[in-house]
Structures are given as structure tokens and as C-alpha cells.
Design a protein around this ligand. Structure first.
Ligand SMILES: [Zn+2]
Length: 652
């Protein structure tokens, strides 16, 4: 040995530890000798480490130096392993340390590192052929005598039979895999691989069984602990579940009791149907109003249903729910929450429902009753189902409602108009006359003459309303100072009528006076000084009345009196004309007679009654005929002049 390597030693011979030719022999003193350390041929004085046969040292110039069996018939195998073990024993004897692999306990697929990989320090290394194998084992001994067998794998793995034997003998052994270095000539690298870095594993471990048992026991204990824990946990869960179930049941019972008590306290209100609902029930006569038994409401079933109908189906609410807003049981319940027993405003669980059903079989709780009612409204065409449990107001109904609202507004306008007009009429009345009157009462009072109350007539707006309105118009005229009317429509207008009658009488009196003065004027114009006599003479129509009084009666009488005046006037004109003619004829007679008689005889002739006439000529002579008759009484002598007289007559 010359020099030192970094570990303290130097050996500059090429590495031959894994050679296929035997490079180690056993010396007579039992020590090992490298081929390089011995003399050539039998002089080497060595035996085979495996088969103990005599060796010859072949140290020629052509081949690698090696040992050969002196008896060529010997078949000795595992030369490489033998070389490797002897080399390894030398290295280990020198270093007295070796990295051993971790100890891993294993049981049922579970593993546990009992001891990590570590540097094993020992007292010395020996070669021992203790297990009936050809290749001697490297055995490491510690101070306290513990043994560790080291197998160096170069070509072959450790045989199964040997492993069994090792196990049976309770020996610990590791195998170091140096196959990678089979052909290496780098002694330093190979030694380092042996001591530290080459793959290595436990072939057998004397304590492996106890490690495994310990792991098994630990695993078993752990499993048992976990099982126990799981069982405890399960029991606790069962207990918790049971307690929870009990608490839930108690909660259900409490809730149910609370609801039942609440219902009993509220029961007395349920029989009353609010009177103000009547109009709504009439308007929505085809709604399937339900009186099915229910609990949880503070009012009669019709009352909360009316509230829902009001909220969703009356004008203008219904138009809001026509498109955007959805109607559902939940929304409906919020609309009527003030009609629910407070305890019923919260959601009721299935179990509590069950208890309530036991208490009141066949009764619905609010959300059930409301849900059914909404379904009924959909069935009657008021609602339109949109999606599960939701509705909107049906289009057709919304249209109908709008039309009805339009008519209602028209009716309302008629009502307002009538009231306004009546108020104006009333405003004109003296306070005392309207003290007892109430416009609103009157509006809803049946008027016999109109066969209905004013409100109903306004609502209808038909022919009966128009008749009513005509009567109202006459009342307004009366109120404005017009004529009295008989139909007063139940209004306090008797005073107004009395005043109208007075006005009428005054008017008649004025008219009569006017007619009398007009007649008087006309009579004076027509009849002259005879007028007064004529006016106060009895009329032809009524012997009891004078003309002037008859003219005062009325226009018709006045017209008739004017007719009578006209004829009286005409008669008077005739009389005047006859008198004029008579006067003229008499002048002619006097003139004619004056030509025959002297003055005295003339007067006698004119005034003395003539036997042929039965009166005096002057009285008889009123016209042409009587003039002729009178002229005929004159003596013949004078008859020569009639032509002349006739000529005068013609001129007149
Ligand atoms: Zn041999």
C-alpha cells in the first residue's frame, strides 16, 4: 500500500474487485491476499476462498493477473461475488462504518419508518462461510457482539433459500447493489458507493417481525380507537338527533297549541259579515265566494275574500296587475295580513298543519284558503295563470273593468251635475225653507213620480234619467223666477211655487190692466163719445160681464172683445152714414117741397103725418127710395123737375 486517498488511504492499483477472474486467495495464515501481492504459480501458496482448493497465480504478460484452480477439473462459480465480498470485507475492516437503509415496519399495506437511514459503526468485519454457500459472507460485529451480514450484489441476487435461512436463524442482513460499478476501474468511487451511496436494502432484519407486530398492534389499537370514536360519535349523533327531534316535536306542539289558542280567542268575530260588503258582492256576483271552513282569520271568510278582490280586481288596482305585477298566494296574504290572527301571519310548517288538521278536520289555514280562492278567481276568468302559483289579471276582465269604469265615471258626472244643479236651486231658497232638507238623503230617496231614487236615475242615464232631468230643468226655471211647476222632485219648493203663483197673478193683473186700457183707448178711437157706454155695456159672451171686464180676463177674451169692438164700430159707421144720407135726402126733400110750398105749408107738409106713409114725410125720408116716395106725395105740377132733382142726386 502506497500513499493515501482523501479518506486516508491510497491504492494506485487498478480496481479488480469485480473481475471475472479470481483476484483474491486465502493465505496459509487465513488472511486474504491480492493477486498482486503474491508470487507467480504455486509459489503463491494460496487456496480458493470459495472451494478451498489449491490455487496457482497466473501472472503472465498477456492476461490480467489472476488465480486459477490448480486442479483444472474444479468448477468453481460466483468468482465475481467472491472477489467483491473479499474486497468489501477489506474496505469495511478498514473504514468500520457503513450507511444502512431505513427500517420500515409494514402491516396490511401500512408502513412506518422505525429508524431512518443512518451510518452504522462497528468494531470489525470478518469473512465467514457460515451459511453453506460458496461465497463467504462479510459479517460486521459491534462491540456488544451484534452481527450484520452484508451482501454485495454484482451479478446475482441473494438466493431465496439463503434468505429463508437468514430469517430462520434470526440474522439481520443488508444487500448493497453495486451492479452499476461492475466494470468500474475507479477504486475510490466504488468504495464510496459501497459505504454510502449505492442502493441498499434490508434482506432480513432480526427485529423486523417485532417492528411489524408493533405496527400491527398500533394499527389495531388505532383502528379500535377510531371505531370507538366513530361509535361514540354515532351515539352522540343519535342522541343529538333524538334530542333535536324531541325539541322539534315540542316546538311543533307549542306552535300548534299557540295557533289553536289564538283561533279560540278570535272565534267570536267570525260570524259577522260586514254590511258594507253588499255592494262588492253584488258587483262581483260571479266570483266563487267560498265559505269553506278555515282557521286563522279574524273575520268572516267573505270579508277577507272581499279584501283580496278589492286589492286585485277593483279599479284601478286591477290595471296594475294586468301586466307587470304578479299575483300569488304570498302577495295576497300580505294584502290581508291585518285580517289574520297574528299567530297565523308566519309560515306554518307541515307538522303544525298536521296538528291543526287533527284539531279541525277539513279546515284550511290561510295560505291554503287564499290559494284555493285565487284558483277560483282564475276559474271564473278574473285571473290568468302565468306560471306555477302566479297569476295576472285576465285581459278580458281588465278591458271589461275599464269600460265599466268609463261608464261609472259618466254616471258619477251625472250625479255630480244633478247635485250641483240642485244645490244652486237650494242656494236661492230662504234658509227656513231648506232647514229640514238634506241633499245627500234626497239623492238616495225614492221619488214616486220618477219611479226611482235620483242616484239610481243618474246611474242609469237612460230615458228615465232624461225625464228626470227635464223635470229638474223646470224646477230650475221655477227657481230662476219662471213659472210654477207641479213636479217638484221632492225638493222643498212649495214656497217657491207660492211665490211663482203670486208672480203669475201679478203678471195676469198687469196684463188684464194693460188689455183694459188698450181696449179703452181702442174703443175711444173707434166709438168716440159712445165708447164709455159701450165698454160698460154687457158683453155678448157673458151677460154678467161688461166688455171691459171680459177683455181683462185673458188674451183670447181680449181678442174676442176687440172683434166685438170692431163690429160695433162698423155698425156705428153705418148708422152715421145712414144719418148723413137721410139728412141729405131730407135736405133734397125740403128743397123740392120748398119749391112748391110757401114757408108755412112747407113745414106742415114736412112734419105732418101723411096717411100714405103712416108718419111725416121728413121722418120717412132716409134714403133714395123713401125720398122718391115722399116726392111722389108732392102735387103733380111740380113733377116736371125730377130730372133736375135726379141730376142732383146723381152728383151726390
Ligand atoms: Zn474455488
Amino acid at each position: 500500500m502506497q500513499g493515501r486517498n482523501p479518506l486516508g488511504y491510497a491504492d494506485h492499483r487498478p480496481f479488480t474487485g469485480f473481475s471475472d477472474e479470481l483476484v483474491y486467495g486465502i493465505k496459509r495464515d487465513g488472511g486474504t491476499a491480492h493477486i498482486s501481492e503474491v508470487a507467480r504459480g504455486l509459489l503463491c501458496d494460496c487456496r480458493c476462498p470459495a472451494c478451498d482448493q489449491v490455487l496457482v497465480a497466473k501472472k503472465g504478460s498477456k492476461q490480467l493477473h489472476h488465480f486459477a484452480h490448480h486442479n483444472r477439473g474444479i468448477a468453481c462459480s460466483h468468482v465475481a461475488e467472491t472477489n467483491a465480498h473479499i474486497w468489501a470485507k477489506q474496505v469495511l475492516e478498514r473504514e468500520k462504518r457503513l450507511t444502512i437503509p431505513p427500517i420500515v415496519a409494514e402491516h396490511g399495506g401500512h408502513t412506518e419508518i422505525v429508524s431512518p437511514a443512518k451510518v452504522y459503526v462497528f468494531a470489525h468485519a470478518r469473512l465467514e462461510k457460515r451459511l453453506d454457500t460458496i461465497v463467504p459472507d462479510v459479517v460486521l460485529f459491534t462491540e456488544d457482539g451484534t452481527q450484520l451480514i452484508v451482501e454485495v450484489r454484482v451479478t446475482h441476487a441473494c438466493e431465496e433459500a439463503k434468505l429463508t435461512k437468514l430469517r430462520n436463524d434470526g440474522l439481520s442482513s443488508i444487500e448493497i447493489d453495486l451492479r452499476r460499478f461492475r466494470t468500474s476501474a475507479d477504486r475510490t468511487a466504488v468504495e464510496e458507493a459501497l459505504l454510502t451511496s449505492a442502493p441498499r436494502e434490508w434482506l432480513t432484519n432480526a427485529k423486523q417481525a417485532s417492528f411489524d407486530t408493533r405496527l400491527r398492534d398500533w394499527l389495531a389499537a388505532e383502528a379500535a380507537r377510531k371505531a370507538k370514536e366513530a361509535e361514540d360519535r354515532a351515539q352522540r349523533m343519535v342522541a343529538v338527533e333524538a334530542a333535536k327531534a324531541r325539541r322539534e316535536q315540542e316546538a311543533v306542539a307549542r306552535s300548534a297549541d299557540r295557533l289553536i289558542r289564538a283561533v279560540r280567542t278570535n272565534r267570536r268575530n267570525l260570524r259577522r259579515v260586514p254590511e258594507q260588503m253588499e255592494a262588492l258582492l253584488n258587483e262581483f256576483y260571479d266570483v266563487p265566494w267560498s265559505q269553506a271552513p278555515s282557521v286563522g282569520f279574524t273575520v268572516h271568510p267573505l270579508a277577507w275574500q272581499a279584501e283580496i278582490v278589492t286589492a286585485f280586481l277593483t279599479y284601478p288596482n286591477a290595471l296594475d296587475y294586468q301586466w307587470a305585477d304578479h299575483i300569488s298566494t304570498g302577495v295576497a296574504l300580505t294584502k290581508i295580513s291585518h285580517l289574520l290572527i297574528p299567530a297565523f301571519r308566519d309560515r306554518i310548517s307541515e307538522q303544525v298543519r298536521g296538528k291543526l288538521r287533527d284539531e279541525w278536520p277539513g279546515h284550511s289555514v290561510p295560505d291554503e284558503a287564499v290559494g284555493k280562492f285565487l284558483d277560483g278567481l282564475a276559474g271564473a276568468g278574473y285571473l290568468w295563470p302565468t306560471r306555477d302559483g302566479e297569476f295576472s289579471v285576465a285581459q278580458e276582465y281588465a278591458d271589461r273593468l275599464s269600460e265599466r269604469e268609463r261608464r261609472r265615471q259618466a254616471s258619477q258626472r251625472r250625479c255630480d251635475d244633478v247635485k250641483q244643479r240642485v244645490a244652486v236651486v237650494l242656494a236661492r231658497l230662504p234658509k227656513a225653507e231648506k232647514a229640514e232638507f238634506n241633499l245627500e238623503n234626497w239623492f238616495t230617496t225614492h221619488l214616486k213620480s220618477q219611479n226611482g231614487e235620483p242616484r239610481a236615475l243618474c246611474w242609469l242615464g237612460d230615458e228615465t234619467f232624461r225625464k228626470f232631468e227635464r223635470a229638474l230643468k223646470r224646477v230650475e226655471l221655477l227657481s230662476e223666477g219662471g213659472p210654477a211647476t207641479e213636479e217638484l222632485l221632492g225638493l222643498p219648493l212649495s214656497g217657491e211655487v207660492a211665490r211663482a203663483q203670486i208672480r203669475e197673478r201679478d203678471r195676469l193683473v198687469r196684463a188684464a190692466s194693460l188689455r183694459r186700457s188698450s181696449l179703452t183707448d181702442a174703443a175711444r178711437a173707434e166709438l168716440g163719445e159712445e165708447a164709455e157706454a159701450w165698454l160698460s155695456s154687457a158683453s155678448q159672451d157673458d151677460e154678467e160681464m161688461t166688455w171691459i171686464d171680459q177683455a181683462g180676463l185673458d188674451d183670447l177674451s181680449y181678442q174676442r172683445v176687440r172683434g166685438a169692438l170692431a163690429s160695433a164700430s162698423a155698425k156705428r159707421q153705418l148708422a152715421i152714414r145712414a144719418q148723413d144720407e137721410a139728412s141729405s135726402r131730407r135736405s133734397h126733400l125740403r128743397e123740392a117741397a120748398g119749391k112748391i110750398y110757401d114757408r108755412d105749408h112747407l113745414e106742415v107738409f114736412l112734419h105732418a103725418s101723411h096717411p100714405r106713409l103712416g108718419k111725416s114725410p121728413l121722418d120717412h125720408c132716409v134714403d133714395q127710395r123713401t125720398l122718391q116716395e115722399c116726392l111722389a106725395l108732392l102735387p103733380r105740377l111740380r113733377r116736371a123737375r125730377p130730372r133736375y132733382l135726379f141730376g142732383i142726386e146723381s152728383k151726390s
